[in-house]
Design a protein around this ligand. Structure first.
Ligand code: AP5
Length: 189
């Protein structure tokens, strides 16, 4: 199985590139942001709780997102592999993911980190906020999402570096160019 963690700050292109990767490699896309937004759309109790946290740009508790991912991993029959988008976001989540995959006799193959500067992240997310109206794409929440990423999520990079699995890619340029770099890194595996 090919299991990829797609990593990077808010707006770095994780969701965009995950779509390209599943198109080429047939992996199952698991985005905790998308799973949480589906709970919000379904007006579930979990969704209502998560919305308040997401609209502030804070992280939803580890237990909730780990439980959501575990349910998907266990229910998938004979997958080619998974692409994790927006998960793990804390070292606790990264450890839990390693344990879940080990229980399925598999492991993370590679972590690809998209490197994009702060100004570009803010421009992209403000634009999406105007075009699509995602409720956390406003300047105040975007700035907090970036702060939370720097404080709570960047240690995850170190976690995968220690395992020799982290690869950094320049996330600025056309979507096609960035995808070519991702494919090159994946082909080294
Ligand atoms: P989540 O949905 O994961 O949002 P995020 O990490 O903030 O990421 P985005 O979706 O904003 O950006 P992206 O990197 O996927 O970029 P995209 O391809 O969309 O999480 C939302 C919230 O849910 C979190 O704040 C948290 O509260 C909660 N949450 C989720 N997971 C959690 C977890 N594991 N633990 C705890 N809480 C969790 O692109 C962004 C924009 O840029 C798009 O408009 C796109 O078209 C454009 N774009 C993409 N590539 C390019 C390019 N190369 N050039 C120009 N524009 C581009």
């Amino acid at each position: 199985m090919l299991n990829i963690v797609l990593f990077g700050p808010p707006g770095s292109g994780k969701g965009t590139q995950a779509e390209n990767i599943i198109g080429k490699y047939g992996l199952k896309h698991l985005s905790t942001g998308d799973l949480l937004r589906a709970e919000i759309a379904g007006q579930t109790e979990l969704g209502m709780k998560a919305k308040k946290i997401m609209d502030k740009g804070e992280l939803v508790p580890d237990e909730i997102v780990v439980g959501m991912i575990e349910k998907r991993i266990v229910s998938e029959k004979d997958p080619e592999g998974f692409i994790f988008d927006g998960f793990p976001r804390t070292v606790k989540q990264a450890r839990a993911l390693d344990e879940m995959l080990a229980s399925q006799n598999t492991s993370i193959s590679l972590m690809i980190s998209l490197d994009v500067d702060r100004e570009e992240l803010i421009n992209r997310l403000i634009k999406r906020g105007k075009d699509q109206g995602r409720s956390d794409d406003n300047l105040e929440t975007i700035e907090n999402r970036i702060r939370v990423y720097e404080e709570q999520t960047t240690p995850v990079m170190n976690y995968y570096e220690q395992q020799g699995k982290a690869r950094k890619i320049n996330g600025i340029g056309s979507i096609e160019e960035i995808f070519i770099h991702i494919v090159n890194v994946m082909n080294e595996k």
